[in-house]
Design a binder for this molecule. Sequence first.
Ligand SMILES: Nc1nc2c(ncn2[C@@H]2O[C@H](COP(=O)(O)OP(=O)(O)OP(=O)(O)O)[C@@H](O)[C@H]2O)c(=O)[nH]1
Ligand SMILES: [Mg+2]
Length: 636
Amino acid sequence: MSSAEKHIIVGTAGHIDHGKSSLVEALTGTHPDRLEEEKRRGITIDLGFAFLQEGGVQFGFVDVPGHERFVANMLAGAAGLDLVLLVIAADESIKPQTREHFDICRLLGIQRGLVALTKSDLVDRDTLELARLEIEDFLRGSFLQGASILPVSTKTGAGMLELRRGLVAQAQQLPGKDSQRDFRLPIDRAFSVKGFGAVVTGTLLDGRVSPNDEVELFPSGLRLRVRGVQSGGKAAERAVAGQRTAINLAGVDHQALKRGMTLAAPGHYRATRRVDVKLQLLPSARRLKNRAQVHFHSGSFETIAEVALFGRSELSGGGEAFAQLKLKQSALLLPGDRFIIRQSSPLITIGGGTILDPIPRRTRAKEAPREVFLAAAERGDKPEMLARLVERSLFGLPQKEISARTGWTDAEIAATIRGLATATRIRVIAADSPVLYPAAAFDELLKKIAERVELFHKQNPLQPGIAREDLRVSLTRRLRPEIFRAALDELAAQRKIELQGEMVKRAGAQISLLPEEAKAKAQIEAAFASAGLAVPSAKEVLGQLSIEARRSEKLLQLLLRDKALVRITPELIFHRDALAQLRAKLATYKKAKGERISVPAFKDLTGITRKYAIPLLEYLDRERVTRRHGDERVIL
Ligand SMILES: Nc1nc2c(ncn2[C@@H]2O[C@H](COP(=O)(O)OP(=O)(O)OP(=O)(O)O)[C@@H](O)[C@H]2O)c(=O)[nH]1
Ligand SMILES: [Mg+2]
């Protein structure tokens, strides 16, 4: 099978017994009913599959049950359909599931298809023409208005050639699929094959898959390895978007795999239990109340959902609105995915719509920005969507979050970011993994930081600057550290601030002392300088000053920072000159008496008591002026 070949998925639709399965068999040679019960009862219960190669097109058929009780199964097969083959029996014409299935096709946004007017052998010409007129009327205003309505009979073979040609003609008018997107496959069957293990099947929605690929299972997030791939019923080196695909998975039991789960490219997405959507109600539907419970179907997934209408108490038949759906179970859903809702009693399809935000905020969050985002998502306006996402992420949006929120490929994400950065709407804070931040908010942040630093200097004239961490916390605790760091770097580059280790100060900021402070500072220094090694305690020194404790303490800190004073234990502070003299004395001692000195000799040399001698010697050890050796010191 060449990769240039077109891959088209055709789904049947129509009322029970109208000849859908027979038609698939007549087209492909494969009867799609597989189950014992289906054969016994002569009806389709679950999805069936068959393949046809015709006119350069590889068709995958998904045959659905017409029975009203199995609409949920029909829906599981409806994801990824390119064409609908609407099957209407000439002897019965339009019946309830003709309508329901067709409503579903419309809600799912299917764009093309044709009508097979089956069992033509059972009716006369007038009845056939009557059915045709009814069908034309039925299709008016829909995507199938003006579509071919082809009378066929699987009993006589009449019209089959025209039907094949019709399918090929439709397929040729469909645009080719983009298999560059990231891989995604909603699972519609899971079973085990002897000698192979777990196998799942589904319609490959996006991208491609090959043996040995790593894939992620949703909603669990389990990583699995692809052991083998089949498409169109044959083993393949890869399967691409638009193919019915079977995947043999390693390292998992088939019991752990179920219809409704999804396989996708690893590391991009997150399962969700809450989605913002555009919801449409069918004109035939009763009005839907806020907080109503419905059955939710998307891809092969099905669950119960609660509908929260934004800012309104109900939606009437034929209406549409933005809404949030709270799902009972989680699944992988991406923007642009279609869904169907059904009510419970009677169990019928009442509407559907499009997923717009798969990871939305709770309904009580502000409405206005949400609506702007949803409107952009509905238009598919990527730059606007991203700008709004960034705007709503007050503490910064990590780039690796974007695919989970949008389903875009890395290339699409990169191009959209570039556009917005060029237009100076966002700032890309380029750490190892980039974080996006609104440009306006970043400018605001720069201003705020400059103001905080300024204020700090004003309130703390004796401090050289504010600690980074104190500054960050004073802004907002939840700001991402990368953004804070980038803002500081930017201000430093603009020469508005200076960064010194953990300290931030206004550029050129100097500590300016009042005259009485300058005097007190000199007094502190002099007190220690004149004491030599027999130093007083800091408390004594500061207590003699005429300024209050808070300021005198700061002055002491300044002297320590400038290294005029050196603190060698929490209690003991020495003047730098006294320590320099001590070093000189030791050097002289070494020359005269050798490199060893005992504690008593040290006391003699310096004239100080043990109380000072021991901490001083330990300080000298730390400074590598001396080294302890038994009871003595070695002068280095
Ligand atoms: N005479 C005649 N009978 C047909 C034709 N196509 C199907 N049938 C018969 O109609 C009955 C139903 O056909 P199916 O193909 O099972 O119908 P279906 O639409 O698949 O039914 P469900 O899957 O249960 O919804 C069978 O007995 C078929 O033999 C036809 O073209 N002519
Ligand atoms: Mg059938």
